[in-house]
Ligand binder design. Structure first.
Ligand SMILES: Nc1nc2c(ncn2[C@@H]2O[C@H](COP(=O)(O)OP(=O)(O)OP(=O)(O)O)[C@@H](O)[C@H]2O)c(=O)[nH]1
Length: 437
């Protein structure tokens, strides 16, 4: 089912047990400051800085759960053998390693510690890359992955690797159990499945999943010991996005996992940008009408009560004229956020254009609609809006109808006529169509 009321276009909240800060351990203050700025700009997370192993120990000695991950310099004056990595891992934190030098021996030594990744401190580009990794880990907290394998030990190994990147991992021992989990859990974005399994093998699972989920909704990675090219082709043809052969390099495994997750996110972002209004993140007028017409037709068929609401910010031109266009945009965004949190997920909310919004509400009668409209009106009136060093406040007027009319457009026009009456009546009020029962 597609939710009809969009949340503001922000990433999903990370899971509750992951921290929100990054621990930066580096003896170069210049690098730490640069990293802190990049983590803030690119990943949107705050950092705490330790210049030595001893300082890191002190920061981790109380409430280490506040950290999401750590970026660790391989060589510190008081820890020349990478002891800071062990310290951070003892607190179950994902580690990104920074190193000034690189050779095969260093690479093997670092990778043996099951880190997220290692990067050279050579350029600004690498610092940006670290911040992008931190952003990835932050987003991973709300990404669900299902691991399907009949070998408990191999499943546990995959789970450990994935949890190292803070992914939210679920497990199934065969294809049938995996399908049960897919039915009961929402929001799984990636399935990693073994080929050889009792009851239902990977091929049958992938085919069953593809009957319900497209490649752009759910990524599937097939995994198997047989390094047969014929098998990888069969898995890919039956709907897998990718294929990994056991045994694999952990580095390659992570690259494929991240690439597949990012592809799903990118497609979702593109789809969202076609449905949503750029400024507010609410549905745009086109999508409001496309989803609204389906709802309107169903309501007419089933004699179901649907209310159409049109609302508009009062004297909005004055806001622009007095405080400037950017302040006007800020007001539109703030009103959108208030509206989104004031209606239910099943309601359809959109930006109609300019400072006008529209809502289709189901499951409400006239009395309850009056309660909802009053709640929205008063929430907007009582919420101060801060723009730069100014605080302003605005009001809204609303018009609503239950008259299903012959089309959604006709219904919206009736609601708009009520909105006009609310404006004529003095603004900062709502009017519900008299013609309604
Ligand atoms: N900042 C900003 N202004 C916008 C946007 N879209 C429309 N506007 C402005 O919104 C204003 C709407 O003004 P009017 O239609 O005259 O209505 P009003 O001033 O709100 O007056 P009433 O609706 O009668 O209370 C115009 O000045 C538009 O330029 C936008 O995306 N951002």
């Amino acid at each position: 089912m597609t939710p009809t009321t969009p949340p503001p276009a922000t990433p999903a909240a990370p899971s509750a047990n992951a921290g929100e800060r990054v621990l930066l351990i580096d003896d170069s203050q210049a690098i730490s400051r640069l990293l802190r700025a990049c983590c803030q700009d690119i990943a949107g997370v705050e950092s705490e800085i330790a210049g030595s192993l001893a300082e890191a120990q002190a920061l981790l000695s109380h409430n280490p759960q506040r950290f999401l991950a750590a970026v660790v310099d391989l060589n510190l004056p008081d820890a020349i053998e990478g002891e800071a990595i062990d310290l951070v891992q003892a607190h179950d934190l994902p580690v990104i390693v920074l190193t000034a030098h690189y050779d095969e021996a260093i690479r093997e030594r670092i990778l043996a510690k099951n880190i997220v990744d290692y990067l050279l401190k050579s350029s600004l580009h690498e610092i940006d890359h670290v911040a992008a990794l931190v952003r990835r880990i932050h987003r991973n907290c709300s990404v669900k992955v299902l691991v399907v394998d009949d070998s408990r030990s191999f499943r546990n190994y995959l789970v450990k690797l994935l949890e190292q990147h803070r992914l939210h991992v679920l497990q199934a021992e065969n294809g049938r159990v995996a399908l049960d989990i897919m039915r009961s859990e929402t929001g799984i974005e990636l399935v990693i499945t073994d080929y050889n399994m009792p009851e239902m093998d990977g091929l049958a699972l992938i085919s069953a999943l593809r009957q319900q989920y497209s490649r752009s909704e759910l990524a599937i990675i097939g995994i198997s010991e047989l390094s047969s090219s014929a098998l990888s082709a069969r898995l890919l043809k039956s709907g897998a996005n990718d294929f990994i052969t056991k045994p694999f390099l952990v580095e390659e495994f992570y690259c494929r996992i991240i690439q597949n997750i990012e592809q799903i996110e990118l497609i979702r972002a593109i789809r969202d940008s076609a449905l949503r209004d750029y400024l507010t993140g609410l549905y745009n007028r086109r999508h409001f009408f496309s989803a609204g017409e389906t709802l309107h037709a169903a309501a007419r068929r089933r004699q179901m009560a649907v209310a159409a609401v049109m609302l508009d910010i009062d004297h909005f031109k004055r806001v622009n004229d007095t405080y400037g266009h950017l302040a006007g945009d800020r007001v539109i965004k703030q009103v959108a956020t208030i509206l989104a949190s004031g209606v239910r997920e099943a309601d359809l909310l959109g930006r109609y254009g300019g400072e006008e919004f529209c809502i289709l509400l189901t499951g409400t009668d006239r009395d309850y609609l009056a309660v909802i409209l009053e709640r929205l009106r008063s929430a907007v009136e009582s919420t101060p809006i801060v723009h730069e060093d100014q605080t302003l406040s605005v009001t809204i007027s609303l018009g609503a109808t239950f008259d299903l009319s012959e089309s959604l457009q006709a219904m919206i026009d009736r609601a708009d006529a009520c909105l006009y009456r609310a404006k004529q009546g003095g603004r900062n009020r709502f009017v519900i169509d008299d013609a309604d029962g």
